[in-house]
Design a protein around this ligand. Structure first.
Ligand SMILES: C[S@@+](CC[C@H](N)C(=O)[O-])C[C@H]1O[C@@H](n2cnc3c(N)ncnc32)[C@H](O)[C@@H]1O
Length: 226
């Protein structure tokens, strides 16, 4: 993997994958995008106190860090599972400085997010349990009941094999009945693939630089208790 660190529009760092010519986040703002797509439109819409989250693509650990912050400040308990095929190495994640975007008390756990073991569950801080799976999403099988899915793969243009009905169907069966999935993509083909496997999909306002994103829920039940 040939990668380098870039600074996005809100001053937060992200990673650039040179082979795919894609950033891990929007260059309009990495933290702003994660906060909007996964926290505001995802986590904040789950009305449970004990939440099981699945993230497609651990990458920088930014979504995990922001979710950890929410758990620490919002009295939530989060069991967070994330899959990553190409983990960052230490000298990459050590260059990611999100200290100005979360409190010191949260930031001190960033190291633990990355240095903790792969493939076994561990407590990062009270109320936040992490399991990082070092594998390919296409090879993951299991019996899960996630309440929330952060679908954060590289774009459908460069990774079309991950945005298929087959993959979304597998994830659909891994979700609890009122589970929701959020993703930064608003592509029509992604929306249709989600609908084809049974999700009820809505387009919601996107972060800076993006008109819309997608939020899908497993059932038509009123899961959005905002
Ligand atoms: C757009 S980046 C987002 C990463 C992360 N959510 C973040 O906030 O930094 C996509 C991530 O998915 C990982 N990835 C790509 N293909 C994968 C696959 N088939 N299975 C698991 N992870 C994959 C990449 O290595 C990368 O870390």
């Amino acid at each position: 993997m040939i990668r380098c660190i870039s600074t996005s529009g809100d001053g937060s760092p992200t990673v650039f994958n040179k082979e795919l010519a894609e950033h891990y986040h929007s260059m309009h703002g990495a933290v702003a995008e994660s906060m909007h797509v996964y926290l505001q439109e995802g986590l904040d819409n789950v009305s449970l106190k004990n939440i099981s989250v699945f993230e497609m693509g651990f990458g920088t650990g930014l979504n995990a860090l922001l979710s950890l912050e929410k758990a620490m400040s919002g009295g939530l308990t989060i069991r967070y599972m994330s899959i990553e095929k190409y983990p960052l190495v230490a000298n990459e994640w050590q260059m990611l400085d999100y200290s100005g975007f979360v409190s010191e008390n949260v930031w001190k756990h960033f190291k633990t997010l990355h240095e903790g073991p792969w493939n076994s569950e561990y407590e990062v801080a009270p109320g936040f349990v992490l399991k990082k799976i070092k594998s390919d999403l296409l090879e993951l099988n299991g019996d899960f009941a996630f309440d929330l899915v952060y679908f954060d793969a590289f774009s459908p243009q460069v990774q079309p094999e991950l945005w298929t009905v087959g993959v979304f169907e597998k994830i659909y069966h891994w979700m609890s009945e009122e589970g929701i999935l959020t993703t930064y993509s608003s592509k029509g083909s992604v929306r249709r693939a989600l609908q084809d496997c049974g999700f009820v999909v809505e387009r919601v306002k996107g972060p800076a630089g993006k008109r819309e994103i997608l939020r899908a829920r497993k059932t038509g039940l009123p899961a959005f208790g905002k």
